[in-house]
Design a protein around this ligand. Structure first.
Ligand code: ZN
Length: 62
């Protein structure tokens, strides 16, 4: 995990930067990861919905 202030690479379990001493945004990173996971599931759901609709809706005879 890199520091937001000095870009120093810190170990994942560190609570503050070992170089500048600023607290690392662990909670923000976790929230971002959760949001990304929810977005991924949203995309999967949307894809499944499209596939179901593709087979369920009648084909238009043009
Ligand atoms: Zn730092």
């Amino acid at each position: 995990m890199s520091c937001l202030y000095c870009q120093h690479a810190n170990p994942v379990d560190a609570s503050e930067c070992s170089q500048c001493g600023m607290p690392l945004p662990f909670e923000a990173a976790m929230a971002g990861e959760r949001r990304l996971r929810r977005f991924t599931w949203f995309c999967v759901g949307l894809t499944l919905f499209c596939i179901v609709m593709f087979f369920w809706l009648p084909r238009s005879i043009a």
